[in-house]
Write a protein that binds this ligand. Structure first.
Ligand SMILES: Nc1ncnc2c1ncn2[C@@H]1O[C@H](COP(=O)(O)OP(=O)(O)OP(=O)(O)O)[C@@H](O)[C@H]1O
Ligand SMILES: [Mg+2]
Length: 471
């Protein structure tokens, strides 16, 4: 690229005549090759230059010209950009006392960026600053690693850390899930529940400030409610929000397979969780309570329950513990007391079911009435069942192709899921079209209008109107 700068200066001053005079000084910097062989020969005669475009904007002037098969561009720094550079320099200098690897990397990126747009003076200034910080980098903090929001103590858990195992059989006692790899979306809850969950996550995200101020954050939480309402999903999402690994242990598995050694395994599990910065998730928490009634295991189970309670107590000094159960009525007061927060996840109401339905139906069923209709059919069902019905509808659309009929599919599904879908909905869906249309129109929660019904039934709105009036 040697020689281009001189040529550019000549070019600017001769070819552009009057315009040059109005250019700020920094325009006389070398242009940047934006297209063409990277180290191609620099143009050396004026004839080689062909102006492709000159554009003038209020804050910048751009020139693009071609020479010897390459395209060159000069992008003028706007006056505000130039004025900001001393501030950028000051920021970069201020972090060079104890820079992290990530900070050095970002400053280098900035310098490269200046270089690429022809602002070599700025690029050089940043490189000088970088040199002053080189060798002072503290620890390894790759920019990919997001810092945990809940600043708990303990060692950092990595994918290389061996999971806790049963000492005799080497069977894993827990699974470790990392926030970066866990593909989990926030479950859809009604606004009241959503704000309760948010406030708990917020509390954990301010762990440090709260403990410094002597106000202990909630350290444990019991999530309970009917099956399939999103309890496990919620726990996974909360850990991901906090950017903490989740140590998931299923108490039912631990207890049934290792009853003789359960106490020891519970100890191993808690020691592991207490050593590392993580959220401990005890799924199927009621397993302890269930086996307590087994007359053959009274002695052992008492020991197990005691060990569990002691470990829950000792865990208070370490990290966050989440217990999940479908059978909260089986837990006794001693267990309830151990959990600072208790979140009840009920089966969703109509509005929440509509949101869940729309979410799982996806973009092929984007009309508002699609979600409402599935919510109406899934009266009294949990999120997982709505998800499953939505999946069946989507499958039918693929299989039936142009013949797909939403109403017929819903009728078929209600018959195939008679154990799930309420008897009232099954019998309503079995009605003939005019009577079903009238029933749907009469349902205040659905609020379907005649046009929506016309689309659903594949008839003209006037026909729907007639049906409704005649029934
Ligand atoms: N409220 C919800 N919002 C979005 N998805 C939900 C909701 N409830 C359930 N699901 C979906 O249902 C599936 C099962 O949910 P999850 O396993 O979290 O339920 P659970 O309450 O833990 O059930 P179980 O008590 O049987 O363990 C998940 O795939 C999730 O996507
Ligand atoms: Mg679960």
């Amino acid at each position: 690229m040697k020689g281009v700068r001189d040529l550019w200066l000549t070019f600017v001053s001769t070819e552009m005549g009057g315009l040059t005079r109005s250019l700020p000084k920094e325009h006389a910097r070398r242009p940047v090759m934006v297209n063409g062989p990277k180290c191609g020969p620099a143009p050396n005669t004026r004839k080689d230059l062909r102006i492709s475009s000159i554009s003038r904007h209020s804050t910048r002037i751009e020139y693009i010209f071609s020479a010897q098969g390459c395209t060159f561009m000069r992008k003028a720094a706007s006056p505000t950009q130039s004025a900001r550079f001393p501030i950028i320099k000051a920021i970069c200098r201020s972090i060079m006392d104890e820079p992290s690897e990530a900070q050095l990397h970002q400053v280098k990126r900035l310098a490269d960026d200046y270089e690429a747009t022809g602002e070599s003076t700025e690029a050089k200034a940043l490189r000088d600053i970088l040199e002053s910080g080189a060798g002072k980098a503290t620890g390894f903090a790759p920019s990919r690693l997001v810092r945990s929001k809940a600043n708990l103590g303990g060692e950092v858990l990595t994918s290389k850390t061996p999971a806790p195992v049963d000492k005799e059989t080497a069977v894993p006692l827990a699974q470790v899930l990392f926030p970066s790899t866990a593909a989990v979306s926030r479950p859809t809850f009604d606004p009241r529940l959503k704000s309760a969950v948010d406030s708990l996550v917020e509390e954990w995200a301010h762990w440090d400030e709260l403990t410094r101020a002597g106000v202990d954050p909630a350290r444990s939480c019991l999530i309970y409610g009917p099956p399939g309402t999103g309890k496990t999903t919620l726990a996974l999402w909360m850990a991901r929000e906090l950017q903490l690994p989740l140590v998931v242990a299923r108490l039912d598995g631990m207890i049934s397979s290792f009853l003789g050694t359960t106490s020891r395994n519970i100890g191993t599990l808690f020691n592991f969780a207490n050593r590392y910065r993580c959220v401990l998730l005890l799924d199927e928490f009621d397993a302890v309570a269930k086996v307590r009634d087994d007359p053959h295991e009274v002695g052992e189970i008492k020991r197990v329950v005691n060990t569990l309670l002691q470990n829950l107590d000792s865990r208070r000094d370490f990290g966050i513990t989440v217990g999940i159960t479908n059978h909260e009525q089986l837990l006794d007061a001693a267990v309830w007391r151990r959990f600072d927060a208790q979140i009840h996840i009920p089966r969703p109401e109509f509005a929440t079911r509509t949101e869940i339905a729309a979410r799982f139906l996806g973009k092929d069923f984007a009309a508002p009435f699609h979600g409402k209709l599935l919510a109406w059919i899934s009266d009294g069902l949990a999120g997982s069942e709505i998800e499953s019905l939505a999946r069946s509808i989507r499958k039918a659309k693929v299989i039936d192709g142009p013949q797909f009929d939403l109403l017929e599919t819903m009728r078929r599904l209600s018959a195939l899921n008679s154990g799930r879908v309420s008897a009232e909905r099954v019998s309503q869906l079995a009605l003939e079209n005019p009577r079903l249309a009238a029933a749907l129109k009469a349902d205040p929660s659905l609020g379907l209008d005649t046009n929506e019904l016309a689309e659903l039934f594949g008839n003209h709105p006037s026909t729907i109107g007639r049906w409704i009036n005649s029934t």
